[in-house]
Design a protein around this ligand. Structure first.
Ligand SMILES: Nc1ncnc2c1ncn2[C@@H]1O[C@H](COP(=O)(O)OP(=O)(O)OP(=O)(O)O)[C@@H](O)[C@H]1O
Ligand SMILES: [Mg+2]
Length: 383
């Protein structure tokens, strides 16, 4: 299916999965469009069809999907998926679910001594930030990707991205959080804690003190104390956070990475995909293509909505053909939906005519096991 009147290049997913030069595939898109499903399906296909030693980093997978990948608990390290059909190809599939709190803890442990780490873990501000702070999940997904990449154990890492409303959060949140962790605001708050109020003669410190008193009024004294403690304990790690975020950004810009945008053929999802495509261009990050997921298609081409509605009416006039008439009405609705979806998809393809696209049909049921993933994998590869 070509979602516009100009010739839209078709996305050849198998070429990407088979390419030894591609080491990272990132599936992004707005909430609920099928990122996790697509990531798992591609990883399975890379292992089964292309013999690659593959790991998929999933984020918040649906329970049943996680179970069928053998992920019964969050353990934050990849587990080999059993029962896949990769004997002939020699590939392997490993899967993991991101545990953002644990990843954050690992980062802290890796970059400070045990006593400092314990102090950080006990800090209420850290506890809140590592489990609920907006952007932490995106940041930790990047951290995990960096870690997996550094281990050098896999031919291919397929990355799912967090269920944000906006696809751009995946690119923006880590920078925002590292700016926050590394930022002036925390240092300003830290100033009075460091000086213990002794250098209050300094104009600068005095203004910091005033600032923190205002913050104290707004946020409460306890939080400020926690925050100061957090900043003091975190001090030696700030640089590292920024450095690693920058490193991962560079990996995402490299030729070894392929971004796949996932969108449902709905206005919001397609708009998000277009924003994201624009942004990838600005960041010089390699966009491989768009997966248009859950596309509807009528089984009977060539019978228009108007024709089938007219036929349904005629049958009803004649009487006694209720089921056929109903089927014709369902067909008419489907034809209209297909046309609407094509129109919506064209908003992307008109803006990015060079970006390859593939459509994946809406399946009759949710995708929650290896067989279902295999069906999606072949749908992505054979449109
Ligand atoms: N082509 C498809 N046909 C039918 N169901 C699908 C298809 N693709 C995905 N689904 C189903 O849609 C639901 C959402 O998919 P998925 O979890 O992959 O989306 P997501 O983008 O990862 O969502 P979130 O943003 O919440 O992480 C799941 O129940 C999945 O099984
Ligand atoms: Mg998901």
């Amino acid at each position: 299916m070509v979602p516009s009147d100009h010739q839209v290049p078709r996305l050849d997913v198998d070429r990407i999965l088979a390419d030894d030069g591609v080491r990272i595939v990132v599936c992004c898109g707005s909430g609920g469009v099928g990122k996790t499903t697509t990531a798992a399906a591609l990883a399975l296909r890379a292992a089964e069809r292309h013999g690659r030693r593959t790991v998929v980093l999933t984020i918040d997978p649906a329970r049943r999907l996680a179970q069928s990948l053998g992920l019964s608990e969050l353990d934050n390290t990849p587990r080999q998926v059993k029962g896949i059909d990769a004997e002939a190809s020699g590939g392997e599939l490993h899967a993991m679910m991101l545990d953002m709190k644990r990843t954050f803890d690992e980062v802290v442990l890796a970059h400070t001594d045990p006593a400092k780490a314990a102090e950080i873990f006990a800090n209420p501000f850290y506890q809140a930030m590592s489990s609920t702070f907006a952007g932490t999940q995106e940041y930790m997904a990047m951290e995990k990707l960096g870690q997996l990449h550094a281990r050098g154990e896999w031919d291919l890492i397929v990355v799912d991205t967090p269920p944000s409303r906006s696809a751009l959060d995946f690119l923006d949140a880590p920078a925002r959080l590292s700016r926050f962790l590394d930022g002036r605001m925390l240092r300003m708050l830290l100033a009075p804690a460091r000086t213990g109020g002794r250098s209050m003669f300094s104009l600068v410190t005095a203004s910091f003190g005033m600032f923190s008193r205002v913050v104290q009024k707004i946020l409460g004294a306890q939080l400020l104390t926690d925050l100061s403690g957090f900043v003091a304990a975190f001090d030696s790690m700030f640089g590292g956070f920024r450095q690693r975020a920058e490193q991962t950004y560079r990996i995402l810009q490299a030729r070894e990475t392929a971004f796949l945008l996932v969108a449902a053929p709905e206005p919001d999802a397609v708009r998000e995909a277009a924003y994201f495509a624009g942004r990838l261009g600005e960041e010089r990050m390699p966009l491989a293509g768009l997966v248009l997921n859950r596309v509807h298609q009528s089984a009977v081409e060539g019978l228009s909505a108007a024709e089938s509605l007219a036929a349904a009416e005629r049958l009803e006039e004649l009487g006694g053909h209720a089921v056929t008439a109903e089927a014709l009405r369902v067909h008419a609705a489907l034809v209209r939906q297909t046309a609407r979806e094509l129109e919506v998809a064209a908003r992307f393809t008109d803006a990015f005519p060079a970006v390859p696209v593939v459509s994946v049909a809406a399946q009759p049921a949710d995708v929650h096991d290896v067989d279902g993933l295999r069906v999606i994998g072949s749908a992505i590869s054979r449109p």
